[in-house]
Each structure stands twice: as structure tokens, then as C-alpha cells.
Design a protein around this ligand. Structure first.
Ligand SMILES: Nc1nc2c(ncn2[C@@H]2O[C@H](COP(=O)(O)OP(=O)(O)OP(=O)(O)O)[C@@H](O)[C@H]2O)c(=O)[nH]1
Length: 199
């Protein structure tokens, strides 16, 4: 199983959004292939594992070199439902107790190990790495999210934010550089001459 998660390439916009997780080493080589020409990349870490944030920088950032030059980056701290802070944000079901149905319980919550400010700091490092000016790109606070894939917390917000930013960019690029295509439906076959050669 390929552990990276990718939105399907949309036929109308030719948009793909690679979601790079702290996945297994064996799939590492595929990353740069999936990032080629990407308009937006989601770098996902686990809010309960600081190492997963560090790995985004150490192992995954280099894979984004093949992305488009004005590619957007979103940094996403997932599994927030497992944290105490997630509970304050109204996340998830009660912890397990002897009276709780097994299917209804979750692991005991723990304090969040990675803070949003750490993700903001990584976002700023990425801008430096890509030699982008902070004023030319969306603010770090807009592009760093905490989500729960399990409960859906902030997942719509993440994708809606990205699409709202990316789709106008793509439309503008198309208007500036219309694709070089040939309309074959209006093509007339060449007349045949007596000798059988084309005129
Ligand atoms: N509680 C919780 N579990 C999650 C969440 N997202 C994924 N998981 C679980 O985490 C495990 C790994 O999920 P994957 O989708 O394989 O993600 P991954 O990035 O490859 O995984 P790891 O790096 O191993 O965490 C699975 O058991 C998922 O069900 C989440 O938001 N909350």
C-alpha cells in the first residue's frame, strides 16, 4: 500500500494535491514523482509524535523540489482527537471505562506533544528553503491546521482553504499561458493528386 495520500487529479483543473505523511521508508522514492508539477502540497504529521514533524523537514521537504515553483504548502497536525486539547475542542467520544461499549471508547487522551507554533515555524523554514517572500504567500497561520481524520475535525476547512487558493491560481496561469493544443476536429485531410501523392 502506498502510504502517501493524494487527492485524485481533477480532470478539469489538472490539480493534484499530494499529502505527504511520515510514511514508510520503502515508499520514499515515490514522493518526488507524485510532487511533480503540484500546485499544493499537504505535509502531514502526528500531533502526538514530535519526530513526525521533524521528519517532514528532514525526509520530505526535499521531495517537493519537483513541485510547481509557486506551489502552496499546508502543514497538518493530524490525530488531534487523541489529545486533551482535542477534548476541549469538542472532539470524540468518551474515554474507555468498564461501562463503555468497546466500539465507543478511545485511547486515554494525552497532552498534545507538538504545538501549532512548531508547525508555523516549519512553514516559515519552508518559505526560506523555497526562497519565497512571506508577503507573496498565504500567512503561516492560514496554512497550518490541526485535524482529525478520525472525526473529520477541520478536514473540510483544510481542503476548502487549499482549493479556494489553488483554483484561482490555476485559472490565472491558464489565462496567461493558454495550452498549445491542436483542434483535430477542424482538420481536413489533404487532397490526393493523380500520382497518389498528397497536395
Ligand atoms: N485517532 C486517530 N487515528 C488516526 C487518525 N488518522 C489516522 N489514524 C490511524 O492511524 C493509523 C495509521 O494511519 P494511516 O492512514 O496508515 O497513516 P500513516 O501516516 O501512514 O500512519 P502512521 O505514520 O503510522 O501514523 C491507522 O490505524 C489510522 O486509523 C486520526 O486522526 N485519529
Amino acid at each position: 500500500k502506498q502510504r502517501g495520500h493524494f487527492l485524485p487529479r481533477s480532470r478539469s483543473t489538472n490539480l493534484s494535491v499530494p499529502l505527504l505523511p511520515p510514511g514508510r521508508e520503502q515508499f520514499h522514492g515515490l514522493g518526488s514523482m507524485y510532487c511533480r508539477g503540484a500546485a499544493a502540497i499537504i505535509l502531514a504529521y502526528d500531533v502526538n509524535h514530535p519526530q513526525s514533524l521533524l521528519e517532514l523537514e528532514d525526509r520530505f521537504l526535499g521531495l517537493t523540489d519537483t513541485a510547481s515553483k509557486d506551489c502552496l504548502f499546508a502543514i497538518v497536525g493530524n490525530k488531534v482527537d487523541l489529545t486533551e486539547e482535542g477534548a476541549l475542542a469538542g472532539q470524540e467520544k468518551e474515554e474507555c471505562s468498564p461501562d463503555t461499549d468497546a466500539g465507543d471508547c478511545v485511547s486515554p487522551r494525552v497532552p498534545k506533544q507538538v504545538q501549532l507554533e512548531d508547525a508555523v515555524a516549519l512553514y516559515k523554514k519552508i518559505l526560506k528553503y523555497k526562497m519565497l517572500d512571506e508577503q507573496d504567500v498565504p500567512a503561516a497561520e492560514q496554512m497550518c491546521f490541526e485535524t482529525s481524520a478520525k472525526t473529520g475535525y477541520n478536514v473540510d476547512l483544510l481542503f476548502e482553504t487549499l482549493f479556494d487558493l489553488v483554483v484561482p491560481m490555476i485559472l490565472q496561469q491558464r489565462a496567461e499561458n493558454p495550452p498549445h493544443t491542436v483542434d483535430i476536429s477542424s482538420h481536413k485531410p489533404p487532397k490526393r493528386t493523380r500520382s497518389g501523392c498528397c497536395a
